[in-house]
Design a protein around this ligand. Structure first.
Ligand SMILES: Nc1nc2c(ncn2[C@@H]2O[C@H](COP(=O)(O)OP(=O)(O)OP(=O)(O)O)[C@@H](O)[C@H]2O)c(=O)[nH]1
Ligand SMILES: [Mg+2]
Length: 381
């Protein structure tokens, strides 16, 4: 009995030891389904911890992670508070109402600004194309094309996955699987760069404090030095003045150079943001010869930064110039098996295929000309 208890205790200790604390923020426009998503997390993930300490925060236990999920409101007032959470977050979940085509331009503006924020750039982002149960919902390929996501990923170096889903309760469980699959992908992406992401959210404040201290310390030292040299010969004084003048000049040149670089960086960023915000008409994406084009299969798409990855795997060479292009015609592998049964949902597994299909046959119209997948070829732009 004693041995059994000791074994249990040491196993518990070992589990605690390798558990990682992760912070994730859930954002997106108001009414996109963020709160429903968090409720779905709670329902689908058999976690022992559902902290009710703060209404916006939920704690989940999944695989080796203790995940603090912050559900932030998406109205204008709520959006003002988002930046307070950026530095803290290891990864982000961005929820899109795929059925609200009228607000897709707003989504584009918000997402572009978000991904270009220096506290967010480089962090993994899971984009959930929610409300796929609705008849006119945009598919991931439509959303990717309209948001110019491939370009955004390339320029901001944030790994990204688009997962179609539905968060409402009364749908069959298999329609909610992508939620957990997406979260697993996000956690795996965070786990691969965990130390870097942890230091990153400490670094800005720490370095600010230490650098400001250094500057002040240096200033104090200089003034005391100059006091101590008063009264020494005029020649030495001249030398010193000359030296200080030179130092001052060099410092000014350095500051000007930095201003110039900052300005250049700012201008190029503005240019990129503006380019990304240029609206592209949705009509050609959605219509062809008067027919609404709807592929029968709905699927998730992962953007990596270097090599083509398997689903759930993450890039180790962040910052490499190329990204994989999973969203081209070859990648829409219609033979890919549908996600496995519910029983496998919570097993820590790494499926073989990168593109996950999700059968939405009953939700979409038939494609009368069999041309559905043409509209998804992102290699054209
Ligand atoms: N059809 C359908 N409706 C959904 C789905 N998810 C959420 N909704 C509906 O969308 C509405 C808004 O959902 P919420 O979860 O409150 O949205 P939110 O993003 O938290 O909104 P804010 O907190 O105001 O930013 C509700 O009426 C939900 O019933 C979905 O998957 N399918
Ligand atoms: Mg909400």
């Amino acid at each position: 009995m004693f041995r059994l208890l000791t074994a249990c205790w040491s196993r518990q200790k070992a589990t605690e030891g390798k558990q990682r604390n992760v912070t994730i923020i859930v954002i997106g426009l108001d009414n996109s389904g963020k709160s429903h998503l968090v409720a779905a997390f709670q329902r689908l993930i058999p976690s022992k911890m559902h902290s009710e300490m703060r209404p916006t925060q939920t704690t989940l236990l999944l695989d080796d992670y203790q995940v603090s999920v912050y559900d932030l409101t998406g109205d204008l007032k709520g959006r003002e508070k988002w930046p307070n959470y950026y530095a803290e977050a290891h990864g982000l979940v961005f929820v899109v109402d795929s059925s609200d085509i009228a607000r897709i331009q707003e989504v584009k503006i918000i997402l572009t600004r978000l991904m270009f924020d220096k506290r967010v750039s480089g962090k993994p982002i899971l984009i959930l194309a929610n409300k796929q149960d609705k008849k006119d919902a945009l598919l991931p390929c439509d959303i990717i094309e309209y948001l110019l996501l491939e370009r955004l990923v390339n320029e901001t170096k944030s790994m990204c996955r688009v997962e179609p889903c539905s968060t409402i309760r009364n749908l069959p469980k298999r329609h909610q699987q992508p939620i957990v699959i997406g979260l697993r992908w996000l956690l795996a992406a965070i786990g691969d760069r965990y130390d870097e992401l942890c230091t990153r959210h400490q670094t800005p404040s720490m370095s600010n404090i230490s650098s400001s201290k250094n500057i002040r310390g240096c200033g104090e030292r200089c003034s005391s030095d100059s006091l101590s040299t008063r009264g020494v010969g005029v020649v030495r004084n001249n030398h010193r003045q000359h030296f200080e003048k030179r130092q001052h000049l060099e410092h000014r040149q350095h500051v000007e150079q930095r201003h110039f670089e900052k300005r250049q960086h700012f201008e190029s960023r503005q240019h990129l943001i503006q380019r990304s915000l240029d609206a592209r008409p949705l009509k050609p994406i959605l219509q062809k010869d008067g027919f609404r084009i709807r592929p029968k299969k709905n699927m998730s798409v992962t953007f990596a930064l270097d090599v083509i990855m398997e689903e759930g795997e993450c890039s180790r060479k962040i910052g490499a110039p190329n990204i994989s292009k999973p969203c081209n015609s070859q990648c829409y592998d219609t033979k890919t098996p549908a996600p496995s049964a519910d029983a496998n949902l919570f097993k820590a597994r790494r499926p073989k295929k990168r593109i996950e299909t999700w059968d939405t046959e009953e939700m979409f119209l038939e494609d009368p000309r069999g041309e559905a997948f043409r509209s998804c070829d992102l290699t054209d732009y």
